[in-house]
Structure formats: structure tokens, C-alpha cells
Design a protein around this ligand. Structure first.
Ligand code: ADP
Ligand code: LRH
Length: 486
């Protein structure tokens, strides 16, 4: 075919965007038609996503896309993982909880009392994160919310339901619920026995679809509003990290990736999951990817540490210019205070500069003084965590890693890219910034016949359209007081 045009709705934890992608045999052009912040809202019962605003902004973006490209063939939606809405009939039962809400701690204990963690890992292959969907559902069960619900949709599937009236669960995101059996391959199914043991009715969950399958046309009322009467919704890697990894321009199989945004997702792509006891002990995860691939990775706390610090300063009436602040941080002489970015105290929203200070005092290390020092400390500690995680991945998976790709918003952070190269001793290939939207676009384009081939050929197209920027490791004479163990 000669190619065509598709639209990606990509909702990250910090912002959303709608992008138009023109794809052909040798063509991949992308530009954004809408960008909007994603600001969660705390109400009396906890922290929620402003899902209606995200939907309204997504619709406005699709309207702009259809106006600009009347030939638009399809739309695909991805978002952050694990979160969901409960439904009764067609009605959403309250705004979805944010995964950083603290209602789930008891859910982890309650779940592990019913199914021991070692058995759970053998079934779902997931790292224990307190916000995995199954732990959130244990909290909903305890609160009684589950008793009044008859359906559940993960965030991208919820927006897809509002667009088309079709209820599905796309597999890559479903794998982050903890309720899919045997991730890897294209045959992963709901673990009905596990649901039964956890007291979760099978009927809550819609049927699974795979990335690349058509979901359906827009509802007439939506098509009239958006203006794209021929538009259909196509399932993509609806977990943003699944789409991001499709968009990583890896040309060889000795590559690791870091999807760097709110989180740093640090991992490799494998044909099958790693379910060893060592892997469980190191809290590595096996998430389902596009084309049955497995994302073997670990969540590292990520640029949340920086964005939440900035939010604190701005809330206190002090506007912050990120590029200027990063330049000041880069100009500081070392050595820097290194702290464990993955300490659980950093997960919840709040005053992160104070918490980092508290961590340092508790561990008898010098707390960062100025704002620039704090930023340097965050970025350098994050780079050190990237390197530690990559070393462990090589050990646990047996996969050699000679090149590190860093994609997402964090690929614009030169200090982070350079320090990641320095700490790993490996070349870091930075970009594209919009790897997630690119992966979303490419899976739709392949479904429409605008592109063909394996993920490898799609990635070659990404490499050609967005040649990554190379950061070579420098012998900085790093004093590695990296005494943090995994
Ligand atoms: P998410 O998908 O989790 O919302 P993104 O991939 O959009 O995250 O990345 C957001 C992050 O990118 C911000 O928190 C910020 O640290 C970083 N970032 C954005 N713009 C810049 C910039 N101009 N320079 C350096 N870093 C940037
Ligand atoms: C990144 C991400 C990550 C999940 C987290 C909830 O946006 O989807 O892969 O672990 O958000």
C-alpha cells in the first residue's frame, strides 16, 4: 500500500497528547495536534484521576486530527497501566483511583494471605508493586465497592468503551493486573482460578484482545462530534510502556531500554518470561508486550522525583524553569549525594525535597543544600539506579547488554543521559521523546496495511526517522560511593 494516516491518544501520568502519524513503506512522520496536562485531584476519599477531563481533551484532539487529516483511518489509545474504573451497567462508579493513592497497603497483605507471593509470581510473573490492579481490587472488595460493580475497564479500555460502546481488555495492559496467566506468547488468558481464590468474579472482566485487532467503529454520536465518520478504534499496546518499547529504535538484540518519564522502566525484551526465585527476589517483572513479546524489567522511581519536587516549589509560589535548573545541576562539581531512589517513602505525592533530606539524615549522608544540588542528586541517583538495574538484568536473564536506549520525556535530559552512560559504562542512545505515541501509531499502521513486518522492521523505520543521539561513557573518575544494594 501507499501508506496512510492514523491518530494516537497517549496518556502519561504527567501529560497527555494526541498525535497524527503518517506511515508508509519508508515513511514515519508524526506531529502532535493536542497536548494537555494530567493533574490528579484529591477528594475526601482519596486521590483520583480527572478522567472526564482526559476524555474531553482526547476528543478535542481527535477532532483536530480529523479536521487536519480527513483521510484518518483509525485511532489507538494507550495510558499508564494498572488503574481502572468499576462499572454498573454502562455507568462508571466514581472517578478512578490514582495508583499513588494509599488505600492498597492492606490489599497486598490480604492477597498474599490467600495466595503466597512465590505462587503468585509463578502464575503472573509480576513484581510486587502495591498498586498492581489485583491489590487495588482487594481494597475495593474490603470497602464493599466491588459488591455493587458488575464490570471493570482499565483506563484505555474505558475511553475505548466511551468511543465505541465495545468492552474489551487489551492484553498488554491486562498483564499488569496480575490476573493474567502465563504472560508471553499470544495466548495469555485470564487466570480464572486465581480470580476465584481472590473472590473476584470472572464476569467483572471483559474478553481479551491483542494489539492490532480492530475494536470497532466510533458510536454515531461520537463520530458526529469528532467528525471522522470512517474512523475505527484499533487495539494497540494500550499499556504505554508496551507501546514505548515498540517505538525503541533497537537494531540488534544486545540492547536494553529505559523508558524514562514519570517512571524509569529499565529492561530488555525477551521471548519468554523469567520466573526464577532469584528474579522474584530482585522484584523483576514480566509484562506482556506486542506480538507476544515479554518485557522483562523493573520499575525504577524515575523523574517523578524531579517533577514532584518541582510541584512542591511551584505550589509554594516559586515558578521553576526545568532546562535552566538542569543546566545549573550539570555545572556543579562532584561528588554528589547518592540516595536510593526506590525507597518506598518516595512513592506517595508530597514534599519530596523534605523526604530526600530525611532519607539522607537517617542514612548519615550529607543532604543536598541548594535546589541545584538536590536536582543533581536526584538525576545522578537515578542514573546510578539505572546502572544497578541493568547489571542485575544481565545476571537474571542471561541477555548480554552492549547498548542502552533511553526514550521518553527523559531523553531530553542531557545530564541524565550522560550520567546513565557514565554509570553503566555503555553507550546511551537517546530518543525518540515520543516513543510511546510512535509505537501506538506503528501498531495501527501495520493493522491497516500501511506498514508491514516484524517489530524489528518497525524499529528500523523508527531509527531511520528518528536517529538517536549518542552519549558515550566518559571516564569521569567517578567516585562511586554507590553503596546501595538491591
Ligand atoms: P509520562 O509519560 O510518565 O507522563 P513523559 O515521557 O512525558 O512522562 O516525560 C515527562 C518528563 O520528561 C518530565 O517529568 C521531565 O522530567 C522530562 N522533560 C520534559 N521536558 C523536558 C526538557 N525540555 N528537558 C529535560 N527534561 C524534560
Ligand atoms: C508508566 C507506567 C508503568 C507502570 C506505571 C503504573 O507510565 O505505565 O509501566 O508500572 O505507569
Amino acid at each position: 500500500g501507499a501508506g496512510g494516516t492514523v491518530a494516537a491518544v497517549d496518556l502519561g501520568a504527567s501529560s497527555g497528547r494526541v498525535m497524527l502519524g503518517h506511515v508508509g513503506p519508508n515513511r514515519l512522520d508524526l506531529h502532535s495536534v493536542a497536548r494537555f496536562p494530567n493533574n490528579p485531584v484529591r477528594t475526601i476519599d482519596g486521590l483520583h484521576w480527572n478522567i472526564l477531563e482526559l476524555y474531553r481533551n482526547s476528543l478535542a484532539g481527535l477532532r483536530a486530527a480529523a479536521r487536519e487529516a480527513p483521510e484518518l483511518a483509525s485511532v489507538g489509545i494507550d495510558s499508564w497501566a494498572v488503574d481502572y474504573a468499576l462499572l454498573r451497567g454502562d455507568r462508571m462508579l466514581g472517578a478512578p483511583f490514582h495508583y499513588r493513592d494509599d488505600r492498597t497497603a492492606a490489599g497486598v497483605e490480604a492477597t498474599h494471605a490467600l495466595v503466597p507471593p512465590a505462587e503468585l509470581y509463578g502464575r503472573n510473573g509480576l513484581q510486587v508493586l502495591p498498586f498492581n490492579t489485583l491489590y487495588q481490587l482487594a481494597a475495593d472488595r474490603a470497602s464493599g465497592d466491588l459488591a455493587v460493580a458488575d464490570g471493570l475497564l482499565l483506563i484505555p479500555d474505558l475511553l475505548g468503551f466511551w468511543l465505541t460502546g465495545r468492552r474489551v481488555a487489551e492484553r498488554s495492559n491486562a498483564s499488569t493486573t496480575g490476573l493474567l496467566r502465563a504472560v508471553g506468547g499470544t495466548a495469555a488468558e485470564w487466570d480464572t482460578e486465581l480470580m476465584h481464590r481472590l473472590g473476584l468474579p470472572r464476569t467483572l472482566f471483559p474478553d481479551l484482545v491483542a494489539a492490532g485487532e480492530a475494536i470497532g467503529p466510533l458510536l454515531p454520536s461520537v463520530a458526529a462530534d469528532v467528525g471522522g465518520s470512517r474512523l475505527e478504534l484499533v487495539a494497540v499496546g494500550s499499556h504505554d510502556t508496551a507501546s514505548a518499547v515498540v517505538g525503541v529504535p533497537m537494531l540488534t538484540d544486545d540492547c536494553a531500554y529505559i523508558s524514562s518519564g514519570t517512571w524509569s522502566l529499565v529492561g530488555v525484551e525477551l521471548p519468554a518470561p523469567v520466573l526464577s526465585e532469584a528474579s522474584r527476589a530482585a522484584n523483576f517483572t514480566n509484562e506482556g508486550g506486542v506480538d507476544g513479546r515479554v518485557r522483562y524489567l523493573r520499575n525504577v522511581m524515575g523523574l517523578w522525583l524531579l517533577s514532584e519536587s518541582i510541584r512542591t516549589w511551584e505550589r509554594d509560589g516559586d515558578p521553576v524553569e526545568l532546562p535552566a535548573l538542569l543546566a545549573q545541576a550539570a555545572a556543579l562539581p562532584g561528588p554528589t549525594t547518592l540516595f536510593d531512589v526506590d525507597d518506598p517513602r518516595f512513592l506517595a505525592p508530597g514534599h519530596l525535597p523534605d523526604r530526600i533530606d530525611g532519607y539522607c539524615r537517617e542514612h548519615s549522608i550529607r543532604p543536598p543544600g541548594s535546589r541545584a544540588e538536590l536536582v543533581r542528586s536526584i538525576v545522578e541517583s537515578l542514573a546510578a539506579a539505572h546502572a544497578r538495574t541493568l547489571r542485575t538484568i544481565t545476571e537474571l536473564s542471561g541477555q548480554p547488554v552492549r547498548t542502552v536506549h533511553l526514550v521518553g520525556g527523559g531523553s531530553q535530559n542531557e545530564l541524565l543521559c550522560q550520567l546513565t552512560a557514565d554509570y553503566t559504562g555503555l553507550p546511551v542512545l537517546a530518543g525518540p521523546v515520543e516513543a510511546t505515541a510512535i509505537g501506538n501509531v506503528l501498531v495501527q499502521a501495520r493493522a491497516q496495511g500501511f506498514a508491514t513486518g516484524s517489530l524489528e522492521s518497525l524499529r528500523a523505520l523508527v531509527h531511520q526517522a528518528h536517529p538517536p543521539r549518542v552519549y558515550s561513557p566518559t571516564p569521569r573518575g567517578l567516585v562511586v560511593h554507590d553503596n546501595i544494594s538491591d
